[in-house]
Design a protein around this ligand. Structure first.
Ligand SMILES: *[C@@H]1O[C@H](CO)[C@@H](O)[C@H](O)[C@H]1NC(C)=O
Ligand SMILES: *[C@@H]1O[C@H](CO)[C@@H](O)[C@H](O)[C@H]1NC(C)=O
Ligand SMILES: *[C@@H]1O[C@H](CO)[C@@H](O)[C@H](O)[C@H]1NC(C)=O
Ligand SMILES: *[C@@H]1O[C@H](CO)[C@@H](O)[C@H](O)[C@H]1NC(C)=O
Ligand SMILES: *[C@@H]1O[C@H](CO)[C@@H](O)[C@H](O)[C@H]1NC(C)=O
Ligand SMILES: *[C@@H]1O[C@H](CO)[C@@H](O)[C@H](O)[C@H]1NC(C)=O
Length: 628
């Protein structure tokens, strides 16, 4: 049950397979009312919000809606820091495709709660947004929204604590959009996320969702923040009830109503200027909407303007009637802008004494999706979390390595450029009060170079599978309650530099491969164990000889005894031979006579050469002594 707690921190399983493969069908949509115990339908459209079947993780509470554009939901879910810094919704069976994901934030309806928690949000491992203080007083900041490509299967949305209150979530919407939605040309693709920075409808005071405009569902139910004016006396609003042509077309299905209002510059202020604060050194995608709805501009050439963004002219001589094909016809232009400063400024500069017009503006931050962690390694870590009994404060939810701003604590990551996957190269779980055991699954973390589990209360054996982590350089299991013997396989760790097994209850002989082969290049510590033996510095293994060793010793002793007997036998035989030879010589037997002849010949040589051969003499003189 404990394990379940940790695994399923705010896990959601929705098992309905509403899918859609073509734009003709209804798009997939899932709306979750966080903290709700029952499905909810909200006026005025009676859209359905599903209850969130959270097994654990987070706390349901009553919500205080921060803004009137917030969906009228009564509950939220918040995540106290005791549940760890990373809390996720895992939403299963989302079909592969392009989505608009929107998260409304909430404020817990209790007096002692932070009125405005600040936290980070990630989708599928990519951080898309950090809440800014003051969010609850701006309509377009009470939610975060991004266009993302989802690979199909389980989709993960996480909330990361930053130390400013408990993340509190009112709702999550996952709405399918066209596969080509917001295709900005070069660089656009599955690995690109578009986070909505702002979305304005100009010349009207009414905030609107696509839904309020009765727009096509493939548009993703966008929220359009009203922009009555870009500045005092700078512009004047226009509006029309006329039908707008080419508005709700693939891939973005803009609502027709969006083009029925606009802002037009004045004689006082011919340029229309719009500025927003942005994060520096990011790329932005700017989408501008035009329709000639001004009754006084009736033909091509009457209204011509340039579009200048941060000083660069992106579109020259924009003539809406000419480019859209007529009056009351939608025109959409998009520009990709690299912004180094903190402001993005769009200026519509009229030519020839005319006025500029703008109906709507959208600005997206272009975010490159993070690579994910190798799937096998994620599941190995999850098994380890259970086996080691890791407390939830570790925040092992979502992806271990990404977002890179919020990796799991105790885990070191490295990007494998070949596979474009993150891998785990270090585990630092020393001194964390862990009481579980080390599972065999640790060997699935093939890229580990360092493991430090020192100073915990981990019990049980040392998994033999550790020997297959070929890159392992540091293995520190010191000061735990490991028992049993050191597996032979540890000897296969050819990269090992440090092996600390001291302060455990290991017993038995240190395997020869560990004690011997590694002796020279590995710094190790085997002291303070129950009964380790067999290498210098540890007790001798005598008292605990293995049966193999016993057989070996018995065999050795027998061989030595046999050799001794053999030697004795040879000595005795030789002695017998000598004695018999002396006996035969004394009786002038042919064998002895021959020997005497040899002796004699040499003596003759000696005499014949007149003492010039000292060596020969010596030999001869020694000769007979050999026989005696
Ligand atoms: C956005 O602009 C790019 C480059 O200017 C263009 O290739 C692309 O078709 C435009 N997208 C849409 C949907 O108009
Ligand atoms: C912005 O786009 C350029 C060109 O595509 C790219 O080289 C750069 O890395 C991008 N910058 C960021 C912050 O994504
Ligand atoms: C990555 O690929 C290069 C060449 O393609 C190869 O030399 C290298 O060993 C690979 N690295 C890994 C970690 O597989
Ligand atoms: C492992 O962690 C312990 C406790 O924090 C530390 O003393 C030790 O130096 C670490 N071991 C290695 C090999 O770095
Ligand atoms: C190791 O300790 C566990 C209890 O933690 C015990 O069940 C097991 O038998 C011990 N193994 C050895 C080899 O002593
Ligand atoms: C080995 O561990 C013991 C305690 O278990 C410690 O006293 C000793 O200093 C360690 N030796 C080395 C070389 O680190």
């Amino acid at each position: 049950m404990m394990m379940l707690r940790y695994t399923l921190a705010c896990l959601l399983i929705f098992s309905f397979g509403l899918t859609s493969s073509s734009a003709r069908q209804a798009p997939y949509s899932l709306r979750i009312s966080c903290g709700a115990r029952h499905n909810v339908k909200t006026p005025p459209t009676y859209v359905l919000w599903y209850k969130d079947i959270a097994y654990t993780g987070g706390v349901p509470a009553n919500a205080n809606p921060p803004s009137y554009i917030t969906p009228p939901l009564k509950t939220l879910r918040y995540f106290p820091i005791s549940e760890g810094p990373n809390n996720c919704y895992n939403i299963v069976r989302v079909p592969k495709g392009h989505y608009s994901v929107r998260i409304f934030f909430g404020i817990v309806d209790q007096p002692n709660f932070d009125k405005e928690p600040l936290f980070d949000i990630s989708i599928e491992g990519t951080q898309i947004y950090s809440l800014k203080s003051g969010w609850s007083s701006h309509d377009d900041q009470v939610f975060a929204e991004a266009r993302v490509f989802l690979m199909g299967g389980t989709s993960t949305i996480c909330f990361h604590s930053t130390g400013h209150g408990d993340p509190a979530i009112l709702s999550i919407e996952i709405l399918q959009v066209d596969d080509q939605a917001y295709n900005f040309g070069q660089g656009w693709g599955e690995g690109v996320i578009l986070r909505t920075a702002t979305r304005l409808t100009c010349g009207t005071g009414k905030p609107r969702f696509d839904e309020d405009y009765s727009a096509d569902r493939w548009g993703g139910d966008r929220f359009w923040n009203p922009m009555r004016s870009f500045g005092e006396g700078a512009d004047s609003p226009r509006s029309t009830e006329n039908t707008i042509k080419k508005a709700s077309v693939s891939p973005n299905f803009y609502p027709e109503g969006l083009y029925q209002s606009a802002l037009v510059s004045t004689d006082d202020q011919p340029d229309l200027t719009y500025s927003i604060d942005v994060e520096p050194n990011r790329n932005y995608s700017v989408w501008m909407h035009f329709a000639e709805i001004d009754a006084t501009v009736t033909a091509e050439g009457k209204r011509v303007f340039d579009v200048v963004i941060n000083g660069d002219t992106f579109f020259e001589d924009v003539d809406v009637i000419k480019m859209s094909g007529g009056r009351y016809t939608a025109l959409v232009l998009n520009a990709t802008v690299a912004v180094s400063g903190r402001t993005l400024t769009v200026v519509f500069q009229p030519k020839g004494g005319g006025h500029a017009i703008i109906n709507a503006i959208e600005v997206f931050e272009i975010i490159t999706a993070e690579f994910k962690t190798l799937r096998d390694e994620v599941s190995a870590l999850q098994k380890m979390r259970k086996a080691l009994g890791l407390p939830s404060r570790f925040g092992w939810n979502g992806d271990p390595c990404v977002p890179t701003q919020h990796p799991w604590s105790g885990v070191d990551c490295q990007l494998d450029k070949n596979t474009s996957r993150w891998v785990i190269d270090g585990l630092d779980l020393d001194n964390q009060g862990l009481k579980g055991f080390l599972p065999n699954d640790i060997s699935k973390l093939k890229h580990l170079q360092s493991i430090n589990l020192s100073q915990n209360s981990i019990h049980g054996g040392m998994p033999a599978s550790l020997g297959s982590i070929t890159k392992l350089e540091v293995l520190d299991l010191s000061y735990n309650s490991f028992n049993g013997s050191i597996p032979e396989t540890i000897g296969e760790l050819t990269s090992l530099r440090i092996l600390n097994l001291n302060g455990n209850s290991f017993s038995g002989k240190v395997p020869a491969a560990v004690g011997g082969m590694l002796l020279h290049r590995v710094r190790f510590n085997f002291t303070d164990n129950a009964g380790l033996c067999g290498i210098p510095g540890l007790p001798a293994c005598g008292a605990h000889l293995s049966s193999g060793a016993k057989i070996g010793i018995a065999f050795g002793v027998s061989i030595a005894f046999l050799l001794l007997v053999l030697c004795a036998l040879i000595w005795w035989k030789r002695r017998q031979n000598i004695l018999r030879a002396q006996h035969i010589a004394a009786r002038g037997a042919p064998y002895a006579k021959k020997r005497t002849n040899v002796s004699h010949d040499i003596q003759m040589t000696r005499h014949g050469h007149n003492n010039n051969h000292g060596q020969a003499r010596t030999a001869v003189e020694n000769g007979p002594s050999l026989l005696s």
